[in-house]
Write a protein that binds this ligand. Structure first.
Ligand code: NDP
Length: 444
């Protein structure tokens, strides 16, 4: 049996009931055979076995009291996966479906994503099954304070620097930072995505969505194409989706559909982003209100139907496994040419197969959504240097990073004989840097 197959089989045996972790590991390991065959010293050093095992997993109780005085207990997680190339870095997700499998899949992906940015950051991820939706600000604060009262002892500006993810935005980062500062009595860059008045960076809010569009724009450009006049479908209506929509529109694309977890809106005239921002960022409301406010729009219950909307470019920006094989086939049948993943692992393995078989330009999450963590690393650089860069300066660095990622994954795919296969390219390019660092550190 081949080395990667052995490692994968063992991983499934040692980590039963973790389907998302198995899925991410399969996607990654199945592309690494050409590397480990070229480097037999990796097997001798147990490199892959170490790569798929987190350096540390912290699980903890998060008790908090709601507005009626009732006590709740949630689960808290931080998976410190790999620190070979820098301090652990990766977001915190607050969503009721969070479990260890999801946090581990996200952490494993994060190692390679962070490597692809070219910046010195290792991989980690964390979160809780707490649902901020429908909670008062005081309840969210109580939860965040309790979460940080345990987490603070495991993180630090040079150790592990969490950020936001699903359900963790500016409000949550503020409460988490406030509690960290209170306990440790230090004002340091221990979280990214901080507010601009207390150490945050310009462009961090926009970074993942903008970065997604920058890398897709580069993929279009090398094919003598552009976003101008393209019809785009974006799933989700959170941080990543909103700023992907903003940048795509500014480049001349027409975004016609978006969703939240209840249903999707279709607006043939093009989504009015100011209305979406008002509903989602200001009022924390539901997307169906868009159709009540904009007469050209139609609302449909349920999310999956969004992939039946014909488009040139599909940008899944909500959550894992939102495009299955059937949806992928529908997208292809309706003429999609480019799929770029803003969310983490939004396409199932079968869906990726459909895109690749049909010659769709497919940009996987670890490359396409790396702009968020890259800008977090720029926030860390500004914190360390006690500096504050202009919007234009950070945006230019972000764009440069995304363009470089595109060319690096393209070259890696070509070098190993898989031209145009960016899943191979991203995994190989990301893995080589981590593997080289791990080999240099000895068996640790
Ligand atoms: P937000 O919480 O801001 O938005 C998430 C969006 O996705 C919401 O519209 C939400 O709808 C929808 N959504 C979440 N879960 C589900 C679900 N199970 N089914 C259907 N819809 C769902 O999160 P972000 O925009 O920050 O994150 C979106 C994706 O991008 C995630 O996969 C995240 O890991 C990834 N990502 C985020 C980065 C960042 O910088 N924020 C960086 C890199 C990747 P509703 O409000 O109804 O729940």
């Amino acid at each position: 049996m081949k080395y990667v197959e052995k490692v994968l089989e063992n991983l499934k045996k040692q980590n039963p009931n973790e389907p998302e972790f198995h899925q991410a590991a399969t996607e990654i390991l199945s592309t690494l055979s050409p590397i480990v065959e070229k480097h037999p010293e990796y097997e001798a050093a147990g490199l892959l076995e170490r790569f798929v095992e987190p350096e540390r997993v912290v699980m903890f109780r998060v008790p908090w009291v709601d507005d009626s005085g009732k006590v709740h207990v949630n689960k808290g997680y931080r998976v410190q996966f790999n620190s070979a190339i820098g301090p652990y870095k990766g977001g915190l997700r607050f969503h009721p479906n969070v479990n260890l499998s999801i946090i581990k899949f996200l952490g494993l992906e994060q190692i390679l994503k962070n490597s692809l940015t070219g910046l010195p950051i290792g991989g980690g991820k964390g979160g809780s099954d707490f649902d901020p939706k429908g909670k008062s600000d005081r309840e969210v604060m109580a939860f965040c304070q309790s979460f940080m009262t345990e987490l603070y002892r495991h993180i630090g500006a040079d150790t592990d620097v969490p950020a936001g993810d699903i359900g963790v935005g500016a409000r949550e980062i503020g409460y988490l930072f406030g509690q960290y500062k209170r306990i440790r009595d230090e004002h340091v860059g221990v979280l990214t995505g901080r507010g601009l008045t207390y150490g945050g960076s310009l462009v961090r809010t926009e970074a993942t969505g903008y970065g997604l569009i920058y890398i897709t724009e580069e993929a279009l450009k090398v094919r003598s194409d552009s976003f101008k006049g393209k019809t785009v479908v974006i799933s989700g209506s959170g941080n990543v989706a909103i700023y992907a929509c903003e940048k795509a529109q500014s480049l001349g694309a027409k975004v016609v559909a978006m969703y939240d977890s209840d249903g999707y809106i279709y607006d043939a005239e093009g989504i009015k982003l100011d209305v979406i921002k008002d509903i989602k960022e200001v009022k924390r409301g539901r997307i169906k209100e868009y159709a009540e406010r904009v007469k050209t729009a139609k609302y449909t219950e349920g999310c999956k139907g969004i992939w039946t909307v014909p488009c040139d470019v599909a940008l899944p920006c909500a959550t894992q496994n939102e495009i299955d094989e059937e949806s992928a086939k529908t997208l292809v049948k309706n003429g999609v040419k480019y799929v770029a993943e803003g969310a983490n692992m939004p396409s199932t393995l079968e869906a990726i197969g459909v895109f690749q078989k049909n010659g769709i330009v497919f940009l996987p999450a670890k490359a396409a959504n790396a702009g968020g963590v890259a800008t977090s690393a720029l926030e860390m650089a500004q914190s360390s240097g006690r500096m504050f860069w202009s919007f234009e300066e950070v945006d230019a660095k972000l764009k440069n990073i995304m363009v470089n990622i595109y060319h690096n994954i393209d070259s890696a795919a070509k070098e190993y004989g898989f031209e145009g296969n960016y899943v191979m390219g991203a995994n190989i390019a990301g893995f080589m840097k981590v593997a080289t660092a791990m080999m240099a550190h000895g068996i640790v």
